[in-house]
Design a protein around this ligand. Structure first.
Ligand SMILES: *Cc1c(COP(=O)(O)O)cnc(C)c1O
Ligand SMILES: [Zn+2]
Length: 395
């Protein structure tokens, strides 16, 4: 049973009753879902966890869905945490782990957030869902909407990778191509949403995707047998995963599952679109829009994010950091992960490895630490990238 108690604004702390349809707070900021964690028998739940089916719904106590019959699931979550022995040895690390999110339905971790968002949409009686997406969010929304029997509309930049466009159409979603970036798509969606009666499922404008994505942190702790890693390296676009996992660590502390120590969180962006990295370096509380975003990592092509202040807060509170990597370094890392560890990840996953190299070289991380890299999507969806890699030197 869900222990959801209410929603709360992340900026002004205004409270909202659970079980109603919301986008943002009246002040224009994202809403957190809050739980009555004290009501839970956390120790007993933790013992039962591993006996539950291997999906993210094993954490249903800290997920917002109350009516179990509304759960829409394609088997998301409980992805492997791979011990990267060969790569670790090469980098002088004994405890390097890869959270391989490519095994989620639709091949990316967007499935986590949209499984929970679509389940909640069903519970709340919404019928038409819409999302802007430069990559994997559209396909994930379309797949879960198909299973739930809801209508989906996806606004995509014209430059969206082929497979991402095709999967949306196959799942029966309406695809609207927009010139420009995901920001232009979001604007186009908002212009039409009211007249079309579409519910806007954009990152952090919808309160439940974050809840789905936070389960990555619960899983990492479960998979490390209760240990908290020293650092996590996360390819960051809209920031749902980063903000969600930071919230999950807070919840796990309150549940008594972990102690005071939390991991250092490192955000990785592309050097052609790095608004959070720039704001972090300037000591800013919010990020300015990045003009002319350009990178092959479509999941990182997010020029401005409504959750910027929450990302920056999590990075600072965790004493982590933010760094940008070049597209070329991402591609080299994709190849390396394939050759050394047998995984074909997306450029965003490659970015995490490229960032780790820099953090080790600069002395921000040492080989003695337990580090988790998030490989956020399957490289198999990025046929354009695989094609370029196959033609490049080194083959
Ligand atoms: C969306 C996406 C990201 C960024 O995720 P956020 O949690 O929104 O920051 C990273 N990698 C891939 C493959 C994505 O699709
Ligand atoms: Zn508010």
């Amino acid at each position: 049973m869900s222990a959801v108690s209410h929603l709360e604004c992340a900026r002004c702390a205004k409270q909202y009753e659970a079980g109603r349809v919301y986008n943002l707070c009246a002040c224009g900021s994202p809403l957190w879902v809050r739980y009555d964690l004290k009501r839970l028998d956390a120790a007993r739940w933790r013992e039962q966890l591993t006996a539950r089916p291997p999906t993210l719904w094993r954490y249903r106590e800290v997920l917002p869905v109350r009516d179990q019959s509304c759960i829409t699931s394609l088997g998301e979550g409980c992805t492997p945490l791979l011990h990267a022995r060969r790569l670790g040895e090469k980098l002088g690390m004994a405890s390097l782990y890869l959270k391989d999110e490519s095994l989620n339905p639709t091949g990316s971790f967007k499935a986590r957030g949209l499984a929970v968002a679509v389940s909640m949409a069903k519970e709340l009686g919404l019928e038409r869902l819409a999302v802007p997406s430069a990559g994997n969010a559209g396909g994930a929304l379309a797949a879960y909407a198909a299973q739930a029997g809801l209508a989906a509309t996806v606004f995509m930049p014209e430059a969206t990778p082929l497979v991402n466009r095709m999967e949306c159409r196959l799942f029966g979603a309406e695809v609207i191509l927009v010139p420009g970036s995901i920001k232009d798509c979001a604007r186009a969606l908002r212009e039409r949403a009211t007249s079309k009666d579409w519910f806007d499922c954009s990152t952090l404008r919808e309160p439940y995707r974050l809840e789905g994505k936070k389960t990555m942190a619960y899983e990492v702790v479960e998979q490390l047998l209760g240990r908290v890693p020293d650092a996590m390296i996360y390819p960051t676009g809209g920031g749902t995963g980063l903000i969600g996992m930071w919230k999950a660590f807070e919840e796990m502390q309150q549940l008594g599952w972990i102690g005071e120590r939390r991991p250092r969180m490192f955000a990785v962006q592309a050097s052609g679109c790095a608004p959070i990295v720039r704001a972090y370096a300037q000591g800013a509380l919010q990020a300015e829009e990045w003009l002319d975003p350009e990178t092959i990592a479509s999941g990182l092509r997010v020029p401005s994010a409504i959750g910027d202040f929450l990302m920056l807060r999590a990075l600072r509170e965790s004493r982590g950091g933010a760094l940008a990597v070049e597209d070329g370094a991402m591609l080299a890392a994709v190849r390396e992960l394939a050759e050394e560890e047998g995984v074909i990840t997306s450029p965003e996953g490659g970015a995490a490895l490229a960032a780790l190299r820099r953090l080790l070289a600069d002395g921000h991380l040492s080989g003695l630490e337990t580090v988790v890299l998030f490989l956020t999507a399957s490289g198999y969806k990025y046929v354009e990238v695989l094609d370029a890699l196959a033609k490049s030197p080194g083959n």
